[in-house]
Design a protein around this ligand. Structure first.
Ligand SMILES: NC(=O)c1ccc[n+]([C@@H]2O[C@H](COP(=O)([O-])OP(=O)(O)OC[C@H]3O[C@@H](n4cnc5c(N)ncnc54)[C@H](O)[C@@H]3O)[C@@H](O)[C@H]2O)c1
Ligand SMILES: [Zn+2]
Ligand SMILES: [Zn+2]
Length: 396
């Protein structure tokens, strides 16, 4: 029997690597003939994991984390017809059945059949269906033919694995944020947040032809990372109001499109830069986005937050100035990114050198044992995207 190890959530501020069950092709007591078992080649730590590890969700002790998975198929169930043993594949973080109404409409982030509690599921995530996570050596993936993206040439893919590993979540997520904000040739964009999703979004804006991409954050190293590939930046620790800071860059105090790559743990501006203000990004992007503009909101907002700043926020009720957005006819786009909508095209953009996404988000490869430290460094604001290499398969 093969052994397996994975990263477990222990308590707020603590994760550990522990021995876990080797995955079975099963869903409870039922066989999972449409599933595969993957030997994991790379699996990334995400800002979404940090919400759980900071104790800001109801994640249970022992939850095996990890939803950003790339791996080698080592076993395939009887009903898997097109994916083969030996394929190197990217796993969308959304688990989708391919059979329900939403999947049929391409809305794989809200599949109706993979989570009894609510629409939408993911590996290793609170409230997302109880699926075992993939910050591990091996994982089971259901509905394999539908979910998986096979890389056309495994050897070539290994050479670009630092980039391709980002297809399971943050590259499509950042891209989706940009697309839903209406980014296109010649647009002026504000991206809130210079974490990996914000940086992936900024790189996506360039790919989509934006004229100017302005990234705001309060962590200088992350802003420096954004400047390294041609973004303008705003340090939100400074007192200058956001609209004035934008005017200093583009001559007018507004942008065409804005993307919230921060979510509910947002902090304020200036003197409030250290203080949590969960609605601040949503309110400030309504201020600065032109009338008629769109706002992409990949940043996560929750229905339950035990560590919230006030009672309302504990159930996800935030004080949003919707009247302003309404008056400006803004469009808002929320929710999980339907990864499958974008991953094939973004894979080709990587394979044909149209984008340097690993460089933009500053990928750093670590071992499974180093993941505990990786969580700490990421939480400390490192300008890095940590990618776990559980079997030591990634070339230097
Ligand atoms: N919708 C999806 O499918 C999806 C997928 C992946 C991640 N996410 C979410 O996207 C968000 C970002 O992920 P990440 O990995 O980059 O996380 P992260 O925590 O590394 O980055 C968030 C950044 O926002 C900055 N920040 C805080 N307040 C700010 C403010 N008011 N204005 C501008 N920046 C501010 C922080 O300093 C930090 O650098 C998270 O909420 C994550 O859960 C959503
Ligand atoms: Zn993620
Ligand atoms: Zn479905």
């Amino acid at each position: 029997m093969c052994k397996n190890h994975g990263v477990a959530y222990v308590r707020p501020g603590e994760v550990e690597v522990r021995e876990i069950d080797y995955p079975k092709l099963a869903l409870g007591n039922r066989k999972c003939d449409h599933g595969v078992i993957l030997k994991i080649v790379s699996t990334n730590i995400c800002g979404s994991d940090q919400h759980m590890v900071r104790g800001r969700t109801t994640a249970p002790e022992g939850l095996i984390l990890g939803h950003e998975i790339t791996g080698l198929v080592i076993e395939a169930g009887r009903d898997v017809e097109f994916i083969k043993v030996g394929d190197l594949v990217s796993v969308p973080f959304n688990i989708a059945c391919g059979r329900c109404r939403n999947c049929k409409e391409g809305k794989t982030g809200i599949c109706l059949n993979v989570n009894p509690a609510r629409p939408g599921a993911a590996y290793g995530y609170v409230d997302m269906g109880g699926w075992v996570g993939g910050q591990a050596e091996y994982v089971m993936v259901p509905y394999a033919d539908f979910n998986l993206l096979r890389f056309p040439d495994a050897d070539q893919a290994m050479e670009k694995i630092r980039d391709l590993t980002l297809l399971s979540d943050i590259f499509p997520t950042g891209f989706h944020g940009a697309v839903t904000a209406g980014v296109g040739p010649g647009t002026i964009v504000y991206v809130a947040g210079a974490g990996p999703v914000g940086l992936a979004c900024a790189a996506s804006c360039h790919l989509l032809g934006a004229a100017v991409v302005i990234v705001g954050d309060m962590i200088p190293e992350r802003l420096e990372q954004a400047r390294s590939f041609g973004c303008e930046t705003i340090d939100l620790r400074q007192e200058t109001p956001l609209d004035e800071a934008i005017a200093q860059i583009v001559g007018v105090p507004e942008v065409d499109c804005a993307v919230d790559c921060v979510g509910f743990e947002a902090r304020g501006h200036g003197a409030d830069a250290g203080r949590e203000m969960p609605a601040t990004v949503l309110n400030s992007v309504m201020d600065i986005t032109r009338a008629g503009g769109s706002i992409g909101i990949p940043g996560l907002y929750v229905t339950g937050d035990p560590g919230a700043v006030d009672e309302a926020a504990k159930i996800g009720s935030l004080s949003i100035r919707l009247g302003l957005g309404w008056a400006k006819s803004h469009s808002f786009h929320t929710g999980q990114c339907p990864v499958m909508k974008y991953h094939r095209q973004l894979m080709n953009a990587i394979l044909y050198d149209k984008v340097q996404i690993a460089k933009a988000v500053n990928v750093q490869i670590i071992s499974l044992q180093q993941s505990v430290q990786g969580y700490k460094d990421f939480d400390g604001g490192a300008a890095k995207k940590f990618v776990i290499d559980p079997h030591g398969m990634i070339p230097n």
